[in-house]
Design a protein around this ligand. Structure first.
Ligand SMILES: [Zn+2]
Ligand SMILES: [Zn+2]
Length: 405
């Protein structure tokens, strides 16, 4: 089998894995990096079908281009399709308002949405001589690892192996060849329970002193996980942005998470913000959970603008901040771009590492338990750190360079 990465080799993001077994060609994930402006993977040739591991745009964002062009069918879980649709629409809106050229529009998106074919976690399905099984990936709701049973290959795609409030960790699946993501190769995460405690303690501290807490959070996964945590800690929380819409979809496909009942209860306790009036009430009340997670737009900037000069208040960042984003600038320089003006921020700013990816040791353990003969590392800026710990043949994938497996 010949494999070529169209993107995602020695980099985190814009993943595209092209496979060719001599008879049929298929693509696993096809994403873009939704920066300003976005960056794209290499162009994919026509393929017989595409498999999508999860809805994040760095894995899904280019499928509308491919699918509308070649009428390619896309196989995913039902929840992944529904979340992808929300993210596509949001991305097209942002592309339009920023005025940069984009490889497809709403028409192409609609064609691709009609080309989705849905499979649940437990089915083995056969496509053009490939036998495929999805396994829960523990990364975001609806995410899967992809096993090509017919070829004895496992694609981890993005995984997390720890238990969170929202998801079970991914369990290893035996395979001869393993494609493993290495986002956090060489880096460990703090213990989740300890992190949660520290997060709640810090919120308590700010609230006690009369400050406001603004919590930017990714709409998919992070918002819902934090909603459960904050609700169960007894806080009254205001929720703004896309996270509540995504929560509705997750609850609708409740078998994708640990406890839909628990999430439902947390979401029912949230005060959802629908208007400017709601925003004022939210700010007055004190704890706001809101998009966007990297502060590159969305309601979060309105809130930060209001509290930025108040040293009693705080912005608690809850996810990785990509270079070049507003969130990264806030963490590094305590400055933030608000409506085109760069502003100094005097309130407290702190980062909490609630990651949706396995840390270094967790990746090493996972690989050991898959017992592969061959490991291909992708989706990583530091693949060597992982490579040196693997007791099997290791290939570090490079973009557009063919690998034989
Ligand atoms: Zn990814
Ligand atoms: Zn992801």
């Amino acid at each position: 089998m010949k494999v070529k990465l169209l993107g995602g080799g020695r980099e985190v993001g814009r993943v595209g894995i092209l496979l060719d077994d001599g008879a049929k060609r298929l693509l696993i994930d096809y994403g873009l990096n939704p920066g300003n402006p976005p960056s794209f993977p290499a162009a994919s040739p026509p393929v017989d079908f595409a498999l999508l591991s999860h809805a994040h745009l760095d894995h899904s964002g280019m499928l509308p281009w491919l699918s509308s062009r070649y009428n390619t069918k896309i196989y995913s879980t039902p929840l992944t399709k529904e979340i992808s649709e929300v993210l596509y629409k949001d991305m097209l809106k942002i592309a339009e308002s920023n005025g940069y050229p984009f490889p497809y529009g709403e028409h192409e998106m609609n064609i691709s949405l009609s080309n989705f074919r849905l499979f649940d976690g437990n089915d083995v399905f056969k496509l053009n001589g490939y036998e495929i099984k999805f396994h829960p990936a523990g990364h975001i709701p609806g995410s899967v690892m992809i096993e090509l049973k017919s070829h004895d290959i496992l694609f981890s795609c993005d995984i997390n192996t720890i238990e969170t409030n929202l998801l079970h960790g991914a369990k290893p699946v035996k395979a001869k060849t393993l494609f493993i993501e290495g986002t956090y190769a060489g880096t460990e995460h703090p213990d989740r329970r300890q992190l949660e405690k520290e997060f709640i303690d810090e919120i308590e501290d700010v609230v006690r002193k009369g400050g406001k807490v603004i919590i930017p959070a990714f709409a998919v996964g992070r918002t819902q996980e934090l909603a459960i945590l904050l609700h169960e800690a007894g806080y009254e929380v205001w929720l703004d942005g896309m996270g509540s819409k995504i929560a509705d979809l997750i609850i609708k496909h409740g078998n994708c998470i640990k406890s839909p009942k628990r999430l439902n209860k947390a979401m029912k306790s949230m005060n959802i913000v629908y208007s400017n009036h709601g925003r004022k009430l939210a700010l007055k009340s004190g704890i706001v959970l809101t998009t966007s997670g990297m502060l590159n737009g969305g309601p979060v900037l309105w809130y930060i603008d209001k509290i930025k000069d108040d040293p009693k208040s705080a912005v608690f960042i809850t996810g990785y901040q990509v270079e070049g984003t507003n969130g990264r600038m806030l963490m590094e320089k305590k400055e933030v771009n608000i409506y085109g003006v760069r502003e100094k921020v005097d309130c407290k700013v702190k980062f909490f590492d609630f990651s949706a990816h396995a840390g270094h040791s967790q990746l090493v353990d996972f690989i050991k338990n898959v017992e592969p003969e061959k490991v291909v590392i992708f989706h990583s800026e530091n693949p060597e750190a992982l490579a040196q710990e693997i007791d099997a043949e290791v290939i570090i994938a490079e973009n557009e360079k063919e690998i034989e497996i």
